[in-house]
Design a protein around this ligand. Structure first.
Ligand SMILES: *Cc1c(COP(=O)(O)O)cnc(C)c1O
Length: 223
């Protein structure tokens, strides 16, 4: 087993000081590893594949709060709608419409974050900053409204690079957008920061970080 308990505790104390929350990203890792952190008090876990999330949900304690952080296909929303705690990766209005529909069927309000594309890389999903701004303005004026969804903030992934200047600029961009709507839309979650850049993320207002490999070790395959 490869869970790094010392690392977990030092990350937790760092985040506590900054009032930020930890989502332990357990994708590709076995339920035993999740339970190890669970027994230390960790309740928020993140997954990015629907089938894997559903299987883990069925095997693990009910009081775990499951975060969906991967690209979500509309036809798979129904599988996680009954139990998902927060969907970080909402990248289209079409997806929101489906989440709203499935939330209603389950008699729930599902919390969502808009994924904002801040990295310069081509492959990342998400709204760009301008699209997100246009969209959020429509939410503000109630031109767009969903009865069974609550948009609680933004999620972003910075470029995969060691150059802090680039990562900082990207975090700054999403922080500005977050602050623009924070009061009017009562935002509570800015989900930025992963193993390589979480310390930088909290400097730019990140209050929810998604950390996988530092806690669970490197993943065998690249998901
Ligand atoms: C895998 C993943 C993470 C965690 O990445 P690490 O570098 O292992 O900390 C965070 N966010 C998303 C969206 C991911 O897919």
């Amino acid at each position: 087993m490869s869970v790094n308990i010392t690392q977990y505790q030092s990350i937790l104390s760092f985040l506590k000081e900054k009032n930020a929350n930890l989502v332990a990203v357990s994708k590709t890792k076995p339920v035993e590893d999740i339970l190890e952190l669970y027994h230390l008090g960790q309740r928020d876990f993140g997954e990015n594949y629907v089938q894997e999330l559903v299987e883990k949900f069925e095997k693990l304690p009910e009081d775990i709060q499951w975060h969906f952080i991967g690209h979500l296909q509309t036809n798979k929303v129904k599988f996680i709608a009954p139990f998902v705690h927060l969907i970080h990766s909402v990248d289209s209005e079409k997806l929101l419409i489906e989440i709203d529909k499935q939330a209603k069927k389950n008699g729930r309000i599902i919390q969502c974050l808009l994924q904002v594309h801040i990295a310069k890389e081509e492959t990342k999903f998400g709204f760009d900053a301008l699209e997100a701004r246009v969209f959020l303005n429509k939410v503000l004026t109630k031109e767009i409204a969903f009865a069974n969804i609550r948009i609680t903030g933004l999620m972003g992934m910075a470029s995969f690079t060691d150059e802090e200047v680039i990562v900082s600029q990207e975090f700054q961009e999403i922080e500005a957008l977050y602050n623009e709507f924070k009061e009017s839309l009562r935002f509570t979650n800015l989900s930025i920061g992963m193993s390589s850049d979480y310390q930088l993320a909290v400097i730019y207002g990140g209050n929810m970080v998604r950390i996988g490999s530092l806690l669970f070790g490197a993943r065998n395959y690249n998901k």
